[in-house]
Write a protein that binds this ligand. Structure first.
Ligand code: SF4
Length: 278
């Protein structure tokens, strides 16, 4: 019932398809807009907030700052609307917003999906860590914690309100030992390579040490350019980083072509734009 009400309040304004992905521009009852992306033929990346307070320097989703939390109904309604058109089998809470900063509504939506047999994965800065602990204990389909730098100062510059790196790592250490190996394998550190900024051998070796210490894998991301100041690395450098991490025995997941698409989800979705700007 809740969902029907939500659907009436959420309007599908526009759809945009690339060869790989399908982007939905949605208008909320107060006129704010959010976006959701269907990718990989079965997964819907949804938004959890209008705007984002983390303010990652390389991300277009946070450029307007934080406007408001989505309600539980608005989070669910993205799925209900898209599943009437496409076969959504999985949800990724990786669109606009930091899921942990809208925890009450995100958690309720999580259980709505879970009770319908839909797996849910998360992308998060890890902040606030008290919520990160709760998230890690849920029966989720994967949690990826964005680092983007292993140095406190640099990470703060890249993710100004993403919490202290040291606290995120300490929380992971404390929580991971409590989890069975099967569940630990679903948790990874996201590291997006930015040319000349965080792609040095020194930093990658530190990253390898951190992942090894935690016993989890690294999701090595390419930058989907949405902000002028930052550049993606060359293919050779991406491969070099992959091989270096592998040489330290780290499991590494690479950016898929779906994520590298210009409407590839995390970091590429915007608030209150018209799709002609894409
Ligand atoms: S990358 Fe994620 S956490 Fe960072 S500003 Fe964008 S939406 Fe927020």
């Amino acid at each position: 019932m809740v969902v029907v009400r939500g659907l009436q309040k959420m309007k599908l304004l526009q759809e945009l398809s690339s060869k790989l992905n399908h982007l939905f521009l949605l208008e909320l009852c107060d006129g704010n807009r959010i976006e959701a992306v269907f990718y990989r033929g079965d997964t819907l990346c949804i938004s959890t907030q209008v705007g984002c307070a983390i303010g990652c320097a390389f991300c277009i989703s946070g450029k307007e700052g934080f406007l408001r939390n989505l309600t539980e109904v608005e989070i669910i309604a993205q799925y209900e609307l898209v599943r009437s058109k496409l076969p959504v089998k999985r949800i990724a809470m990786a669109g606009i917003g930091e899921p942990l900063m809208n925890w009450k509504n995100v958690e309720k939506a999580f259980w709505y999906f879970k009770n319908r047999g839909i797996g849910v994965s998360f992308y998060t800065s890890g902040h606030p860590t008290v919520r990160l602990r709760e998230l890690l204990r849920l029966p989720h389909g994967g949690v990826t914690i964005s680092l983007h730098s292993v140095f406190e100062k640099k990470r703060k510059a890249l993710m100004p309100h993403g919490g202290a790196l040291e606290e995120v790592i300490r929380t992971l250490k404390e929580e991971l030992v409590e989890l069975p190996v099967r569940k630990r394998r679903r948790i990874s550190l996201a590291y997006m390579l930015l040319k000349g900024l965080n792609d040095s051998e020194e930093e990658l070796i530190e990253l390898a040490g951190m992942a090894k210490d935690l016993g989890i894998c690294v999701t090595l991301l390419r930058y989907n350019k949405t902000v002028d100041e930052y550049e993606d690395v060359e293919e050779n450098d991406y491969e070099r980083a992959f091989l270096l991490l592998r040489s330290y025995g780290i499991r590494v997941t690479l950016s898929t072509r779906f994520r590298r698409d210009r409407i590839g989800g995390c970091g590429t979705l915007a608030v209150n734009r018209s799709l002609t700007e894409c």
